[in-house]
Design a protein around this ligand. Sequence first.
Ligand code: NCD
Ligand code: ZN
Length: 349
Amino acid sequence: MEKIEIIKPDDWHVHFRDGDLLKAVVPETTRHFARAIVMPNLTPPILNEGDAIKYRKQIEEAIPRKDHFFPLMTLYLTESTNKIDLKNAYENGHVFAAKLYPAGATTNSDSGVKDLNKIMSVLETMSEIGMPLLIHGESTEKNVDIFDREKEFIDKTLDYICKRLPELRITLEHITTKEATLYVNEGKQNLVATITPHHLALNRNDIFVGGIKPHFYCLPILKREIHKNALIKVATSDENSKFFLGTDTAPHLIGDKETACGCAGIFNSSYALPILAQIFDDNRSIKNLEKFVSINGAVHYQIPQNKSKITLNKQLKPITFRKSLKVNRSEVIIFKPNFPVFWKNQVQN
Ligand code: NCD
Ligand code: ZN
């Protein structure tokens, strides 16, 4: 049996939601990851230090006793964000980063930013104090095709931000295109990107061929095979230091996915590591998995690497996926790719 031991991973992009859904999904992350950056797109969003402290407490109460886990909180930027409050929240250590959602780009982004110029002075403050900016990088122009929205955002908005604020530490989140890999690779040193397991595992055919698959629908939407291959290339590369894991695990109840107007989001935390190990193994790069899941992110965010380790074993037979996670009388479907996965995290349930 093949086996690897790696530094315990971090997840640099999770949605924990709140209430009973939060209680159900938090352990699926804390079992595998030491830290995670927690997205603020609740209804209503996490807008200030007080909201972040309260939300953090809710998360901490849901962490099983056996798990050692540290949530890193974020604030949701709006056109009314106060830069002094943001600075205080960051300097007090209650908030780790701020998230920019273009208004209307994704789930619960209605309070996001319509006019970038309205938050330029907030971004300047973030640049001065070294606070990381996390970006959902998709254009929201109605006439831009959904498959071109990331590229359009990079050309029209990200490039502008990078040029105006060269010192700002930016994470372009859940990238999905070859263009994004090129822009980040060639871009300024403090520009990095996260990649999800599902964008490494699937292409856009997987949503549509043989019937529509609402559980493969997420934003940014899955792209063509050439884009998937470009993501695999940068994620698994020896030299990779600018790309790292953000699962974007985004739970929605089954009834909100399997409906006439279904929500975007894939719930993948339960098997994210086995799936990634399989993809890295298939690309003869299992030795680079640790950089992608446990090292590069900590280096970018200038925080220490985790001390504990995890073990992944390669089984002779594919692992069996649990189908769903129960939440009250409903359930959340767990992401399962359409290829066999032979790797197993030793702590897997
Ligand atoms: C996320 C969600 O459901 O909150 N959905 C998604 O498809 N990824 C929001 C986001 O990260 O875009
Ligand atoms: Zn997300």
